[in-house]
Design a protein around this ligand. Structure first.
Ligand SMILES: [Zn+2]
Length: 200
């Protein structure tokens, strides 16, 4: 599958699952060989995104090279994540409900009992709010991504990185489920049970 088709397929899946919508959320793939960043455009229905609409930026100069619509202004977040993690080539950023519910409180997410332990151990950190459309959107992100493949963005949403887009989307999906379970457990009057040995 070519890069644009892959972006369209994952964007569609993510809107079908309610993780992104017309205004919010964006995903990207970096072609490191050609130094090109493929990213979803601003204010576009992800469900019906076409290859022609996928924005392609020069990763260094940030000049838009292709795409009938303007790249999301949050490309700065994607660029910061991809610079921080040379082992990763894809980024998922969204405002999915449960992870964002933690993020708007500036709270980290502690995953206590989930087979996600294989993917991300223990704590998903949360960085302070940084204004969208500015480089401050990614302040502190690079440091957190040295230790984890995902991070919450204070009063904003979440970001996940992986070697490919399918894996980044799978990570976001699993983390959202873990956040939902954690939230429901607390709403049910309790707290998730500690399993200390799993955090070693
Ligand atoms: Zn956002």
């Amino acid at each position: 599958m070519n890069i644009k088709a892959e972006i369209c397929a994952i964007a569609k899946m993510m809107e079908e699952k309610g993780y992104v919508d017309y205004f919010e959320g964006n995903i990207s793939i970096l072609d490191r060989e050609n130094n090109k960043l493929y990213i979803t455009p601003t204010q576009t229905r992800k469900l019906t995104l076409t290859e022609d609409e996928v924005a392609v930026l020069d990763f260094e100069t940030e000049e838009q090279l292709e795409g009938s619509k303007k790249a999301s202004s949050e490309y700065r977040l994607h660029k910061a994540a991809l610079l921080a993690r040379p082992d990763c080539n894809a980024v998922v950023h969204c405002h999915c409900k449960y992870l964002t519910a933690y993020a708007v409180q500036g709270k980290e997410l502690v995953i206590k009992s989930n087979n996600l332990m294989q993917l991300v151990k223990g704590v998903i950190p949360c960085i302070p709010f940084g204004k969208a459309g500015t480089t401050h959107i990614a302040d502190g992100l690079a440091e957190k991504l040295q230790e984890k493949d995902a991070c919450l963005l204070g009063n904003h949403g979440m970001v996940a990185v992986a070697k490919d887009l399918s894996r980044a989307a799978a990570l976001q999906e699993s983390l959202e489920k873990a956040a939902e379970i954690d939230w429901l457990a607390r709403a049910n009057g309790g707290q998730p049970i500690d399993i200390p040995d799993l955090f070693d």
